[in-house]
Design a protein around this ligand. Structure first.
Ligand code: NI
Length: 291
């Protein structure tokens, strides 16, 4: 299902070329404006190369990648009891995940945040006290972000680069100023097992396994015992399907344009992608009752 290796490898080189161009130019890729793999593609076969540079993609609910890469995310911790158990499970599966921590909790258990980073996981900002940003003043949002950024920085020696707004609640205007001020990318999700409703481990597992696609960003919470119980089998099944787990920042770094996607070595047949879509502007509609 996931890897046609030749196809994958031919695109891997282009993914690196695209990444290089992205890094040197500082320009972001987006769905509407491909970064051309200039060194490998004949000029005449590249449509849209003159398309104006896109606005920087600052918000993601999934990433368009060539390969079976996914990002598992855990919100609302750290939990002093459950997060260490989860870290053990992740280590046993050789999986790197992303933890969107609440500042209040991170301040209480900085050693868990430190352990997560030491074991290869990424830490993101999930606010100080879990309010819904969309209803708040800019100074109030800024305080929520800064206090949490400070606690994370104190624990691990650097600031996070990712924000997940509680409940996914954030306006387009807030995304812009938060990105400008803090440098954060805004991370939503495309897979939601609704684990906060505590439906039981097997339901959490089956929802995640059923919904996950290449490039998926999977939402879950490391404060619910059933979620932790669901993870060993969830990881087993996703790995059996060929999925590879990376952190959110690693997934974003693998991102490539939606179109044109060449299908053969001659680059003459642009076609729609069969992989997960990168949808920087797509926003899930999370329930405000979601903790
Ligand atoms: Ni949350």
């Amino acid at each position: 299902m996931l890897l046609k290796s030749q196809h994958f490898l031919s695109h891997l080189s282009r993914a690196f070329a695209a990444l290089f161009l992205l890094l040197v130019s500082g320009a972001a890729w987006a769905q509407t404006s491909p970064v051309p793999p200039a060194s490998t593609t004949p000029q005449s076969s590249r449509p849209n190369v003159e398309t104006p540079k896109p606005a920087t993609a600052i918000s993601y609910s999934a990433v368009h990648v060539d390969g079976p890469f996914i990002a598992m995310t855990f919100d609302d911790g750290p939990s002093e009891k459950l997060t260490p158990e989860l870290l053990d499970i992740l280590a046993a599966h050789h999986i790197h995940a992303t933890f969107f921590v609440i500042g209040e909790n991170a301040e209480r258990a900085p050693q868990i945040v430190q352990r997560a980073v030491k074991e290869g996981h990424e830490i993101g900002n999930h606010s100080w006290s879990h309010p819904a940003f969309a209803k708040m003043s800019d100074p109030a949002v800024r305080r929520e972000l800064q206090k949490t950024d400070d606690v994370i920085h104190a624990a691990i020696g650097h600031s996070p680069v990712l924000l997940r707004p509680p409940y996914g609640s954030i306006t387009a205007r807030q995304k812009q100023w938060i990105h400008a001020e803090f440098g954060y990318r805004i991370i939503l999700w495309d897979v939601d097992p609704l684990d906060w409703k505590r439906p039981g481990p097997s339901v959490v597992e089956s929802r995640i396994v059923r919904q996950t696609r290449p490039g998926s960003i999977i939402l879950s919470h490391d404060i619910h015992p059933g979620t932790i119980k669901a993870m060993p089998e969830t990881f087993d099944k996703l790995q059996a399907k060929g999925f590879k787990f990376v952190t959110v920042s690693e997934l974003i770094a693998m991102g490539k344009p939606m179109a044109p996607l060449e299908t053969g070595p001659e680059n003459t047949n642009p076609s729609p992608s069969s992989a997960a879509s990168m949808s920087p502007s797509a926003t899930p509609s999370p329930s405000l009752t979601n903790p």
